[in-house]
Design a protein around this ligand. Structure first.
Ligand code: ZN
Ligand code: CA
Length: 367
């Protein structure tokens, strides 16, 4: 009868609904996320009058990159970036030790120099285009007032919970002279999609318009690989510094989007679960974008630091990404990398390390 058919159909629908509900829940379950694109979108949303100029800067940068590439102009300079960590804490495990910060600096420098221990996990076809970015990071030894520093400040504040740009108002060193990294307990999710935001950066094309928010915010338990971050490999900062130096996500933040890098194959969407054993992954998922020098027949470069793979599955920047980051330094952050700034921040090669008097740090904390 009709009733029987109806009942069978609705039973099927019910079962399907339950199945979709279960599948839905598992796909809703928290993913680890980077908030950089959401940060840029919210800045533009709040200041629409700046959007056109920003778009022009972005296009100009991309144009120049393409022209230089076409003309065989290569920037092979070695750049040094002075760094300061601002630990925002309430006295808990988010008040990470100097050892943990040093461990993060080691990982960052290994990854950027392709001295990371897991380069052998890069598939040979991609390893041809993987390389040293020629960018080095050093903790500042002189603060903005000319005083001795370890390159770390500590501020007691409950803004460390669900942090976003508000922690930058607590303390920031001149972003034209230092790379600012704020370490916090947790980060507010800008897009409210239930994902856990591990960190977010600001692209360098916004340094001129929004200097007060330039820098990187990172969760303490993803900063480094020891102590409070012992379950991670410290590559959240590698990824965020990539953004801070103008790299896009490898999928171009769109379905088969363009990351403006010719030696990375076009990616369809963020990869969360692809790892070494999955190569080649999603072969033919996207068609090649114009100018691309690497074929799609090897699938996606899920082991690139600008994908969303787990820390232990990532192991490379491409040479094209290194070139784009060096261009970002010379075009947007040229004061930062200048010899006079390295001298002023105590990060030049000839700087003679002075032990800071511990009493100064103590007084600064509670002043
Ligand atoms: Zn990101
Ligand atoms: Ca690409």
């Amino acid at each position: 009868s009709h009733d029987m058919i109806f009942n069978t159909l609705s039973m099927k629908n019910l079962i399907l609904s339950i199945l979709f509900f279960i599948v839905g829940i598992s796909s809703i379950s928290a993913q680890n996320w980077c908030g950089t694109v959401a940060h840029q979108e919210s800045l533009i949303e709040n200041q629409p009058e700046k959007a056109a100029a920003l778009q022009e800067r972005i296009e100009q940068f991309n144009r120049l990159q393409k022209e230089n590439l076409a003309n065989g102009i290569k920037n092979n300079d070695h750049y040094i970036v002075p760094v300061v960590f601002h630990v925002i804490h309430e006295g808990g495990s988010e008040n990470i030790s100097f050892d943990q910060i040093n461990d993060q600096m080691r990982i960052l420098n290994e990854d950027f120099a392709r001295l990371n221990p897991d380069t052998t996990n890069t598939p040979a076809i991609f390893a041809q285009n993987a390389g040293d970015t020629n960018i080095e990071f050093r903790l500042a030894k002189i603060d903005p007032d000319g005083n001795c520093t370890q390159g770390v400040t500590r501020t007691f504040s409950n803004l460390t919970n669900g942090a976003r740009n508000n922690v930058k108002e607590l303390i920031q060193w001149n972003p034209s002279r230092y790379m600012n990294v704020w370490v916090v307990k947790s980060i507010e999710n800008f897009s409210e999609d239930g994902n856990i935001v591990l960190g977010f950066a600001q692209f360098p094309n916004q340094l001129s318009s929004d200097p007060e928010t330039d820098g990187i915010v990172i969760r303490h338990n993803y900063c480094g690989s020891i102590e409070s971050a012992s379950s991670n490999y410290g590559r959240t900062l590698t990824h965020e510094v990539g953004h801070w130096l103008n790299l896009r996500h490898i999928w171009g933040d769109a379905d088969c989007g363009d990351d403006n890098i010719d030696d990375t194959p076009t990616g369809q969407e963020p990869n969360y679960n692809a790892c070494t054993g999955n190569f080649p992954y999603n072969v033919g998922g996207c068609s090649a974008s114009s100018g691309q020098t690497i074929t799609q027949s090897y699938g996606e470069m899920f082991m690139n630091y600008m994908d969303y793979s787990e820390d232990y599955c990532m192991n490379m920047f491409s040479l094209g990404q290194g070139s784009r980051m060096r261009s970002a330094l010379s075009q947007y952050r040229n004061t930062l990398i200048s010899e006079s700034n390295l001298v002023a921040t105590g990060t030049n090669d000839n700087y003679i390390i002075v032990e800071c008097a511990p009493i100064t740090e103590f007084e600064a904390d509670y002043a």
